[in-house]
Design a protein around this ligand. Structure first.
Ligand SMILES: [Zn+2]
Length: 458
């Protein structure tokens, strides 16, 4: 196997590369104390639906204000367009396939160091507060957390932001000299989409789609929906994002009031995006196009430095970059890249990979296996469809919405992407064969499984 090009670009830290810039670990702790870290993950949050990313209909004042104190990454991509795969990749710095997460929810390979586990070893008190069964203890997500609260999902009509952020506020109130790491995951923008009270857009809509409409039923109606129906769904999503923003804002207010905001390291991101009919689908998990994988990434460093960063980065990069920012040596073998968040030029230009093998049984034609992988590098994006056996390229400067695929040409940029993608594919294929996983259906209880069924995941 020729991994030369894959490695030249520093992708596989496991083999001793990819962690450029780790030297000189001084950390950014003030007065010897490491910063409190809050990693806020909003489920199914597209970057382009926040005000700070240019969405005019957005009502996201809290995140827009946070963005002014943060590194704002214009182009952050999730490793996969579905929750378990993406969050596991974020918490381990490994590709989903490496962890053995492919076409269904599983308990992922427990043999990899985790971000919370590493922080715990360096004196952090680690808490996870999450709100969907895809992130259950049973699937391995509690590894490295001192406490893990995965009981915040109150049903698909339930709202999670008030509950999760309410608990997060109590963490702040109880904080002492021990540094905190908290993973805070809220679910609200994920379907079902709710039209929240007081949200103007869509309030005069009188069509067949309801607020909180069952997603499986909506999928059965997709070919009958007109523009008004689609606009209503989109308005519901915006209203869920606004609702989430309000509760994140209340949490940030609590940090300010406690005098703990300026010194904290706060990250806000999404686990994946959400398609609103760009390619005929509603939801996520089945494509590696922009709408399903382009997520916001705000990194508020201690001291509140703003910068606008266009370089493409991956959610896998959070683990090594966060450790670098706190002066902790990352464990060997991370597949993400360590960026220096404290320096103007600290964000490295690296290929960014995304993947999905998670088919959708509710698509027309039923369950058809999918095998999609993408690499983005140097302003181009290549997508390989392993089922159809073809590969296409998009020029992102001319075609940011990825509408005009072209065949792989005999030009340097295409050849580089093709080698990167082939080497990556071989690499994860080898890794996943050795991964120790267990099927979720053997691990979750009947209530958990029923909730995943109503979301169309199993
Ligand atoms: Zn998700």
């Amino acid at each position: 196997m020729d991994r030369r090009h894959f490695l030249e670009l520093g992708v596989v830290g496991a083999l001793g590369l990819g962690l450029g810039g780790v030297g000189g670990l001084g950390g950014c702790s003030r007065g010897g104390r490491r910063p409190d870290i809050y990693l806020i993950v909003v489920d199914s949050l597209r970057a382009d639906r926040l005000g700070c990313y240019g969405h005019e209909q957005a009502q996201t004042p809290a995140l827009d204000a946070l963005a002014l104190d943060s590194l704002l990454f214009r182009r952050c991509l999730s490793a996969a367009p579905w929750t378990s795969a993406s969050v596991a990749a974020m918490l381990t710095g490994q590709f989903p396939s490496t962890l053995g997460i492919r076409d269904r929810p599983v308990r992922f390979d427990p043999g990899y160091p985790t971000l919370p586990g590493t922080l715990h070893e360096h004196g952090y008190r680690t808490s996870g507060i999450v709100s969907v069964d895809m992130l259950s203890k049973e699937l391995g997500f509690a590894a490295g957390f001192d406490s893990y609260d995965d009981a915040n999902y109150t049903g698909r009509e339930g709202l999670t932001a008030a509950r999760v952020m309410g608990k997060a506020k109590r963490l702040v109130a109880a904080a002492d000299d021990t540094p905190t790491f908290a993973l805070l995951h809220v679910f609200d923008p994920h379907y079902n989409y709710i039209h929240h009270e007081g949200w103007a857009a869509g309030s005069d809509y009188r069509g067949p789609v309801r607020s909180n409409h069952e997603i499986v039923e909506l999928w059965g109606m997709l070919d009958r929906l007109d523009d008004a129906d689609r606009n209503f769904l989109s308005a519901c999503y915006d209203s869920e994002v606004a609702y989430t923003d309000r509760h994140i804002g209340a949490f940030l207010d609590e940090l300010h009031a406690a005098g703990r905001y300026d010194d904290a390291l706060i990250i806000v991101t999404g686990d994946h995006g959400e398609e609103f009919f760009e390619r005929g689908w509603l939801g996520h998990s089945i494509s590696v196009h922009r709408e399903q994988i382009h997520v916001p990434l705000l990194v508020k460093m201690p001291g509140n430095r703003h910068a606008d960063i266009a370089t493409a980065v991956s959610l896998l990069d959070i683990f090594p970059s966060l450790l670098q920012a706190t002066g902790i040596e990352p464990p060997a073998g991370l597949e993400g890249s360590a960026h220096d968040w404290s320096s103007k030029d600290g964000v490295l230009k690296r290929p960014v990979f995304s993947e999905t093998f998670h088919a959708q049984q509710h698509r027309p034609g039923g369950m058809q296996p999918i095998a999609l992988a993408a690499v983005e590098f140097g302003g181009f994006k290549m997508i390989r469809d392993g089922q159809a056996g073809h590969t296409v390229v998009y020029d992102l400067a001319a075609d940011p919405d990825e509408r005009q695929p072209r065949r792989v040409g005999n030009v340097d940029a295409d050849q580089t992407l093709q080698r990167l993608l082939s080497d990556w594919w071989d690499h994860v294929d080898e890794k996943r064969r050795g991964a120790r996983t267990r099927d979720a259906t053997q691990l979750l209880d009947t209530d958990q499984l029923e909730r995943l069924r109503t979301l169309g995941y199993i």
